[in-house]
Design a protein around this ligand. Structure first.
Ligand code: BGC
Ligand code: ZN
Length: 361
């Protein structure tokens, strides 16, 4: 119940029906796996999220993966048995929502399944309009639960390339990824798949599974307990693209100072606190101006980011077989063991992806 700390519980809900979706476009999905992340922890801590109108609880879970059980008469592309992931945001009223870019909404209110004002996927079945359901090839069934976090990296990086078309010939050679958790690993992967030299920063010192995983895709891991970002940048930077996803606003200002001329810095951390900082403002500003640098915020993802995310997951399986599955460190079997999901979230202890195995396919 958003607003009440530690109130996560099981609830009995009616099985959704295809007729809940207008115009015969309904897709009934049997949920197989649902990943959880810091957003779920914040919702359960009553720091974030809201229940849908008419409910005093929110079904959580925005990283869904499931199998189509049945489709309405006007569903065109999906068939029973298909593996699918549904997007998270639902349209509001702005012009961006009207063209399927609700991730870019300018409305003050946003609707996100499992997060804000719409029920999510940590349940046995859900129904959704076909336009919000993305097919995942059978060959990705074991790692499909990584698609939603992948789309967050995907959107940020795609936006960066879009923006950099301003430069006509921009081709990034070096990238830095701030944060080596699930999002940092996936952002590092996306940049490696594009042939870029990647330096990924995290706090933990080796031995560290995430650092080993970065080795396996040819990215360089730097522990900030051993070297500062600025020190590492002297050797490996400056960086043409920086992806920031640590959750710490302080790192943003470190990132600004290691960005190359004409570079682009992508900010994706949701920082709900009230932190204040002293920064070398003149110097940072001057370097941005004299270096024609860009900084952009990114949230959520569009359907297109889910589709290119599927392609990147496929390429990753081809180039680094088995790598994605190594991210799935903490399975929890059965909806009734939800408390264990949250115990892991509270004390991640080496966890990369914590997820609920709701049903077997
Ligand atoms: C989700 C995004 C969402 C964001 C803000 C993240 O955890 O993965 O889809 O837009 O939280 O609510
Ligand atoms: Zn998330």
């Amino acid at each position: 119940m958003p607003g009440t700390p530690n109130s996560v519980h099981l609830a009995q809900l009616e099985t959704p029906s295809l007729s809940d979706i207008p115009d015969g476009r309904g897709v009934l999905v049997r949920v197989l796996r649902v990943g959880v992340d810091g957003t779920d922890r914040e919702i359960n801590a009553a720091e974030y999220g809201a229940a849908p109108a008419g409910y005093d609880f929110l079904v959580i879970g925005h990283e869904g993966f499931g199998q189509v059980e049945a489709v309405g008469p006007n569903v065109t592309f999906l068939r029973p048995g298909d593996f699918v992931v549904a997007t998270v945001r639902r349209p509001g009223t702005s012009v961006y929502d009207a063209i399927g870019l609700q991730d870019m909404t300018t409305d003050s209110q946003y609707f996100e399944r499992g997060i804000n004002l719409r029920h999510g996927y940590l349940t046995e079945y859900y129904v959704e309009d076909e336009q919000f359901v993305v097919k995942v090839p059978r060959g990705l069934r074991d790692v499909g639960v990584l698609l939603e976090p992948m789309t967050v990296a995907q959107k940020g990086i795609t936006q960066a390339y879009e923006i950099q078309r301003r430069l006509k010939v921009w081709k990034p050679r070096t990238a830095a990824v701030m944060g080596a958790g699930t999002l940092g690993l996936l952002a590092s992967l996306v940049m490696r798949l594009r042939g870029v030299e990647v330096t990924t920063f995290g706090r933990a010192a080796r031995p560290y599974l995430n650092a080993d995983l970065l080795d396996q895709i040819g990215a360089r891991y730097v522990s900030t307990t051993e070297r500062t970002i600025a020190e590492a940048a002297v050797e490996h930077g400056p960086f043409d693209l920086v992806f920031e996803g640590t959750g710490s606003s302080a790192v943003v200002f470190d990132a600004m100072q290691v960005l190359a001329k004409n570079g682009v810095l992508v900010l994706s951390s949701i920082t709900g606190g009230n932190r204040r900082l002293e920064v070398p403002a003149d110097r940072i500003n001057l370097d941005f101006v004299l270096g024609n640098k860009v900084m952009v915020g990114t949230v959520n993802a569009s359907r297109e980011n889910f589709e290119t995310g599927v392609r990147d997951l496929s390429q990753a399986e081809a180039e680094y077989p088995g790598w994605l599955a190594r991210l799935l460190t903490h399975p929890v079997r059965g909806l009734d063991r939800y408390a264990e999901l949250f115990r892991h979230l509270q004390n991640p202890n080496g966890a990369i992806k914590i997820f609920c195995e709701v049903a077997a396919s």
